[in-house]
Design a protein around this ligand. Sequence first.
Ligand code: AMP
Ligand code: FE
Ligand code: FE
Ligand code: ZN
Length: 293
Amino acid sequence: MSSDRRFRGPIDLHTHSRVSDGTESPAELVRAAATAGLGTVALTDHDSTAGWGEAAAEAEAVGITLIPGMELSTRIGWSSVHLLAYLFDPVDADLIDATARLREARLLRAEQMVERISRDYDVTWDDVLAQTEPGATVGRPHIADALVARGLAPDRSAAFAGILHWRAGYYQPHDAPEPLEAVRLVVAAGGVPVIAHPATRSRADMQLEPVIGELVDAGLFGLEIDHRENTPEGRVRLQHLATRYGLALTGSSDYHGEGKPNRLGENTTSPEVLEAIIARASGSSPVYPASSF
Ligand code: AMP
Ligand code: FE
Ligand code: FE
Ligand code: ZN
C-alpha cells in the first residue's frame, strides 16, 4: 500500500496527554489532532504507556492513525536527554520495570523540589497532587500548575522561566538510565528509538554527540530535527550526523495541550520516514482508521 493511501494528512510524532504532563486526556488529544487536520498522531507521554488504550479507541472513532509511543527519560551525568520510542511491546518486562522506576524517581524528585520551594513560597505537595491525574508521570509542569493555582506564576511558561528554572536554586535532577541503556531497552522490546529535540542548547546536547556512534550501533533510528526548541546551528549539526550515521530525521510538535505554546502539526514527519519506522518495529502496530483499508 502506498504511503499516500495509508497516511492521509500531516504526521505529528510527539505529543503529551494528562497521563504525563499534557493538559488533555488521551481521547481529547486525539480529537484535537483530528480537528487540527492531522492524519497521524503519536502519543508519547513521558515514561508511561497508560494512555495507549484510550487514545487507540478514540483514533478509531475519529478516523485518524495512532502511533503508540513514549518519551523515555534518560540522563548523561545529571543532564536530561529524552528518547522517543515508537511501536514497542507495552508489556515488555524490562521496559515496564524501567518506566516504573523512572516514575518513582520523578515523584521523589518532585517532592524534594516542592519541599525546597515551600521554604520560600506558600505552596505544598498537596497543591501539586491537586494538579496531577492519579498515576500520571509527575514533572515540573505539575509543580508549575500548583504555583499558578497559588498565584505565584501567571502560567506554566512563566513558572519554568522563574521558580522552576535550574538557576533559581530549587531545581533538582532525577535518576534515569543512560541513553545507551534506554536505546537497548526500546530495541529489545521491538520498538524504534529516536532522540527527542537533540539540539536545544542544553548541556546534554553537547554531551550527546560523542555517544551517537554507540547509540547507532545499539539500534538508534533517528533524530527529531524539526522541533521548535532545536537551534538553527544545531539543526545543521543534526543534518550532518544523520548523513554520517544513516539516521532518519523526524519533525513534531511536542504538543502539551494548553501547557505550552506548541501547536499540533507545527512540525511534521514525512510518510517515508514513518513507513520506515513501522517497517523496523516489531513490538506493536499502528492503529489505522477502518476507512484506510
Ligand atoms: P521535567 O521533565 O520534570 O524536568 O520537566 C520538563 C518538561 O516540562 C518537559 O517535558 C517540557 O516539555 C515540559 N513543559 C511543559 N510545559 C512547559 C513550559 N511551558 N515550559 C517549559 N517546559 C514545559
Ligand atoms: Fe513534557
Ligand atoms: Fe522532551
Ligand atoms: Zn515531549
